[in-house]
Design a protein. Structure first.
Length: 201
């Protein structure tokens, strides 16, 4: 029989897992278009990539899924649901991609060619929003409010969770868990990877 002290030590070691990934390739990704809040759907390759993620996660315990309201996150999750049909799904608009304003729907290569001075600012600036869009500071604030609620729910309900977001909405989550700098999160590519974070109960 375990002593009270051993029971306490054992309980402190209990943790749950948060899986974090971006949606897979979309039409806009493939054509290098500023997507943002456009509801671009997965390509054939995107579905194949989502299936590969599903295979990697099929033996894991996942209780809750959080996605953005855009179709590409739900389409990515659909492949994972083949192995986890019991997952409860919650869509949260705070997880949506960065809003690129007037740049949405425009070709990135063309805009870069025509506005070589503005492209790096609007594409990867942390502080400066694109015309009519939002800065990464704004994205980080809404994502971190969302993440704090997710962590509270995971601890309270003692569940494993998965977040399927977008390249820009995943940046603040990685910054939070991995203690990355702003420069690091703005230069890293989060696609094609599954990030796993242990959440202590």
């Amino acid at each position: 029989m375990l002593s009270n002290s051993n029971l306490m030590k054992k309980s402190r070691g209990i943790s749950k897992t948060l899986y974090v990934l971006t949606h897979t390739e979309t039409y806009d990704n493939n054509h290098r278009i500023f997507s943002g809040w456009r509801d671009s759907v997965l390509t054939k390759l995107g579905h194949q990539q989502a299936e590969a993620h599903a295979q990697k996660l099929k033996k894991q315990d996942i209780d809750i899924a959080f996605i953005s309201p855009l179709k590409r996150t739900r389409q990515t999750l659909k492949h994972i649901l083949k192995f986890h049909p019991e997952i409860k799904i919650y869509a949260d608009k705070r997880l949506i991609e960065r809003h690129y304003g007037k740049l949405e729907g425009k070709s990135k290569p063309k805009y870069k060619l025509e506005h070589s001075d503005l492209y790096p600012i609007y594409h990867r600036s942390y502080n400066t929003p694109p015309p009519g869009g939002e800065s990464m500071i704004s994205v980080e604030k809404r994502v971190l409010r969302f993440l704090r609620e997710v962590l509270v729910a995971m601890k309270k309900q003692k569940v494993n969770a998965i977040i399927i977001g977008h390249n820009n909405s995943i940046r603040p989550i990685r910054k939070f868990f991995e203690k990355l700098t702003t420069k690091q999160i703005m230069t890293t590519d989060n696609r094609h990877k599954i990030f796993r974070y242990k959440i202590r109960l």
